[in-house]
Design a protein around this ligand. Structure first.
Ligand code: BJ8
Length: 425
């Protein structure tokens, strides 16, 4: 493995602390991932990306900056990456998914804040993640109260641009979102010094659509009766999509799908026949949060789909590629992004429709509604989600968790009992 200490030092990282993270991550990944049997060969690429998570991609981003390019750090799937790439910038996801960063966030945030926000703030303030150091500017959004206030704290340390996300989806809200995208475009032009032309934006729309289509292809393969890839492997692919180079990611994911196509032809499954199929719905699972997938898949069931931002919400619906003027393209972007159904919207019936539709498409036997502790949005919405599932006769287990391992055994017991109930149905 290459030594990246020089780069990390130049990013003013806390090297001693960061070394602690570098020590534990390979062990966790080894325990959760490398112990799986019959993994697709093409997962080698994603193994490599995780092994070099704070090295290879950060080095590429630094290279981009050396050539005068800019890096935009994002925290939400509503932020249109297309605008950034159209200005020859690079967008990279920044959501923190490790307990390692939480205490750093708790220095400035109430303990009763969701771990995703605490970890994201902690990663920046503790100087223990190169991505958080490299980004020239962070792009926040007004999705939940915790995030809104966190941007103000982060803005003391790094430039932050906040996009105002509507709370409803009426025509006037979609028009307001298009305006917000225009303001974002102006900001991106100012930061990069580059003009976004219709031609450049058309190219970027195609680039990101291709990434979405590769992920959609991967997820389609998970619908098969013989499941050719584990939920854990599919999850890490979804997580890597947020920060890998989009062209390379699309190519590698399509290669993985080629291999999975062969598996499907040959009736190869990574799970024994009759394994119960589980959907996870709820708050996102930012890398390296693999806890729940690991529990489910070592308790005798398979995760076949995630109705999450690290899942279907990230790639479903493409942007209309036929538009040729900036105004039309921005409208197309606004319409596509407003099709995402996050619990920050009211009403949010679209999410319930999505869950019911996905349950059919992926032939799920049961659903786990997972909420990150202190996320009020998804917690409150859980009432309607679980009611709709009960009415549809789909077994559901609601759980709340965080990034610690303290509840792992308790979760294992509850998930195990849920799977046993499905097995006996
Ligand atoms: S579109 S889910 S990425 S906002 S889990 S920080 S909502 S308190 S992450 Fe999210 Fe965008 Fe919605 Fe997806 Fe707040 Fe809830 Fe924490 Fe959340």
């Amino acid at each position: 493995m290459t030594d990246y200490h020089e780069m990390w030092q130049s990013l003013d990282m806390d090297l001693a602390k960061h070394d602690l993270l570098c020590e534990v991550l390979p062990t966790v990944f080894g325990d959760v991932y490398l112990t799986q049997g019959n993994r697709p060969q093409a997962m080698d690429y994603y193994n490599f990306v995780v092994a070099e998570i704070h090295g290879v991609r950060p080095a590429e981003l630094v290279e981009h900056q050396k050539k005068g390019g800019k890096i935009f750090g994002t925290f939400c799937v509503y932020v249109p990456d297309e605008i950034v790439f159209a200005a020859d910038g690079i967008a990279t996801g920044l959501c923190g998914g490790s307990q390692f960063w939480v205490p750093g966030g708790e220095k400035v945030l109430p303990t009763s804040t969701c771990p995703l926000i605490k970890a994201s703030v902690g990663a920046r303030l503790d100087r223990t993640c190169p991505f958080f150091r490299i980004a020239d500017i962070y792009v926040g959004e007004t999705t939940c109260d915790g995030k809104k206030k966190a941007w103000e704290i982060l803005a003391e340390d790094v430039p932050v641009h906040v996009m105002d996300i509507p709370q409803m989806k009426r025509a006037k809200d979609i028009a307001a979102w298009a305006e917000e995208i225009k303001d974002f475009l102006a900001k991106v032009e100012e930061v990069t010094g580059n003009k976004v032309t219709p031609e450049k934006l058309a190219e970027a729309i195609k680039l990101i659509n291709a990434k979405r289509q590769a992920l959609a292809r991967l997820y389609d393969l998970r619908k098969k009766e013989n499941i050719p890839i584990s939920g854990k492997d599919a999850l890490v692919v979804s997580q890597i999509a947020f920060y890998d180079d989009p062209t390379r990611f699309t190519k590698m994911t399509n290669q993985l799908c080629d291999e999975l196509d062969e598996r499907v032809k040959n009736n190869v499954s990574v799970f024994p026949a009759g394994t119960k199929r589980i959907m996870l719905t709820g708050t996102p699972l930012a890398i390296p949060n693999w806890k729940l997938h690991h529990i489910v898949e070592t308790s005798g069931a398979a995760v076949v789909v995630e109705e999450m931002c690290t899942g279907t919400r990230y790639f479903e619906n493409t942007v209309d590629e036929s538009k040729t003027t900036l105004d039309e393209q921005i409208q197309a972007l606004a319409e596509r992004y407003m099709k995402i159904n996050c619990a920050c919207f009211t009403p949010n019936e679209g999410r319930i429709d999505d869950i019911l539709r996905l349950a059919k498409e992926y032939k799920v036997d049961g659903i786990i509604d997972v909420n990150l502790k202190f996320c009020n949005l998804y917690d409150v919405e859980g009432y309607k989600v679980e009611k709709a599932l009960q009415e549809a006769g789909i077994p559901v287990l609601g759980i709340e968790t965080d990034y610690t391992d303290q509840d792992a055994e308790q979760l294992r017991t509850r998930v195990g009992a849920f799977i046993e109930m499905l097995d006996n149905k």
